[in-house]
Design a binder for this molecule. Structure first.
Ligand code: IMP
Length: 201
């Protein structure tokens, strides 16, 4: 069933990334349906809680099905940090660090540490009625590289090494990344659920 989904973000880049993963569905931004200010406080303590806050808040504003994505990188040696704080990692309340600065900081935190396992996490929440939602959370497991490598992707991609492919995520094409990524796998499951269910929205 083709759905119109209002995506709970003001970030055009995020919508562009999600669109090829939701082929056959129409993804709109809050401003496309007249919501000029959408900035809910992400007070949750997990990817799920934050995705749910965003999707539910937008549902109540629009009364239309909404989709929210919350994602980040969890490093085991850092007890799961930066995790839900991935976007603000290292910022100390001032302006956000650039992706390159975040990667340099993370590599310095792991200096001398040999146990470098990590996982990208993506939680997708689709809110389709008052008190009704679907949720899928997926991961892409890897290791923090010793140095950044690759030009593709964004964010932490250059420092996440995939031993089975012998490449960092930034060395994959967008199509290769979508096939195995946390976001790609979560979207595949979410679209399969949407396709299988004939729920009335
Ligand atoms: P969000 O937009 O609040 O969900 O921020 C997610 C944070 O995690 C951003 O800082 C991203 O750079 C990072 N992140 C999430 N997914 C990826 C990815 O696929 N590659 C690299 N960084 C990612």
């Amino acid at each position: 069933m083709a759905m119109q989904l209002i995506v709970a973000t003001n970030n055009a880049h995020k919508i562009e990334e999600l669109r090829p993963l939701f082929v056959g569905h129409e993804l709109l931004m809050p401003q496309d349906v007249g919501i000029t200010v959408f900035d809910p406080e992400e007070t949750g303590e997990s990817f799920f809680e934050n995705a749910h806050i965003k999707a539910e808040t937008l549902f109540h504003l629009t009364n239309k099905p909404t989709l929210a994505d919350d994602s980040g990188l969890c490093v085991d040696a850092l007890d799961g940090r930066p995790g839900i704080g991935s976007a603000r990692y290292g910022s100390n309340g001032e302006g956000l660090l650039s992706a390159e600065q975040k990667n340099t900081l993370l590599l310095s935190e792991l200096e001398g540490i040999t146990a470098r396992s990590c996982a990208f996490v993506c939680c997708l929440v689709l809110h389709y009625g008052p008190r009704k939602f679907l949720c899928v959370q997926e991961t892409l497991e890897g290791e923090i590289a010793l140095a950044p490598r690759g030009q593709g992707g964004f964010g932490y991609d250059p420092i996440v090494y995939l031993p089975t492919l012998e490449k960092t995520v930034a060395e994959l094409t967008q199509e290769e990344k979508n096939l195995i990524s946390h976001r790609g796998k979560a979207a595949k499951k979410m679209t399969a659920i949407i396709g299988a269910l004939k729920f009335d929205v």
